[in-house]
Design a protein around this ligand. Structure first.
Ligand SMILES: [Zn+2]
Length: 207
């Protein structure tokens, strides 16, 4: 009897170890959409920038890590509540979550990118820092505003490593032109993909 119990425990541990080893899914969350345009620039809307970047990112991630599932909370111009975005995270316990946004300020001189994370999980900061460092090295001419904590619904309600990237300011005329250009969004998606691939391999090695 004792042997059976021990064997069962051994099987359970092996099973958990086997299935906890990899990050199976990357969830990309293009902010806003549909009736919610997000921040408004002179010629563009935030929701369009977020979606174009998300679609690029999905394609890049799938070519870099074909073994992973890459999901989008929206892949078209539709409105989704924050609660529904969180529901997607809840379905995939072994995932990481990246929300994409563009910033806005009443100070039109404000520029730069920043990454929000929640202190809820220590892994959130590791993920945020990996992304920040990679963006800084690939885009040295952009202003790095650093890591930020903020009480953001999707981050506070996520139980997997999660970050929210504000890629730049749509309220600054020059930065709006830059961050809405297809060339920039393609290059940034490559940068984010490489950072995520690096994070996943480091994370999986340590498991
Ligand atoms: Zn936003």
């Amino acid at each position: 009897m004792k042997k059976v119990v021990l064997f069962s425990i051994y099987c359970l541990i092996s099973f958990c170890f086997l299935f906890a080893k990899t990050i199976s899914t990357i969830i990309i969350d293009p902010g806003h959409g549909g009736k919610d345009p997000g921040a408004l620039g002179k010629t563009t809307q935030e929701k369009e920038i977020n979606l174009e970047l998300a679609l690029n990112l999905q394609e890049n991630l799938l070519s870099l890590m074909p073994e992973k599932q890459v999901l989008l909370t929206r892949d078209s111009d539709i409105y989704i509540t924050l609660k529904d975005r969180v529901k997607v995270i809840e379905k995939y316990k072994d995932s990481i979550f990246i929300s994409l946004h563009a910033n806005s300020s009443t100070y039109t001189s404000a520029t730069g990118y920043e990454i929000f994370y929640s202190k809820k999980l220590t892994k959130n900061k590791e993920l945020a820092l990996t992304l920040l460092e990679k963006i800084e090295s690939d885009f040295p001419s952009l202003r790095n505003r650093g890591l930020k904590n903020g009480n953001l619904f999707v981050l506070e309600n996520s139980d997997v490593p999660s970050v929210l990237i504000e890629i730049g300011f749509i309220s600054n005329e020059n930065e709006e032109k830059l961050i809405s250009s297809s060339e920039f969004l393609l290059k940034l998606s490559q940068t984010i993909s490489k950072a995520l691939s690096f994070y996943c391999s480091k994370e999986e090695e340590s498991r």
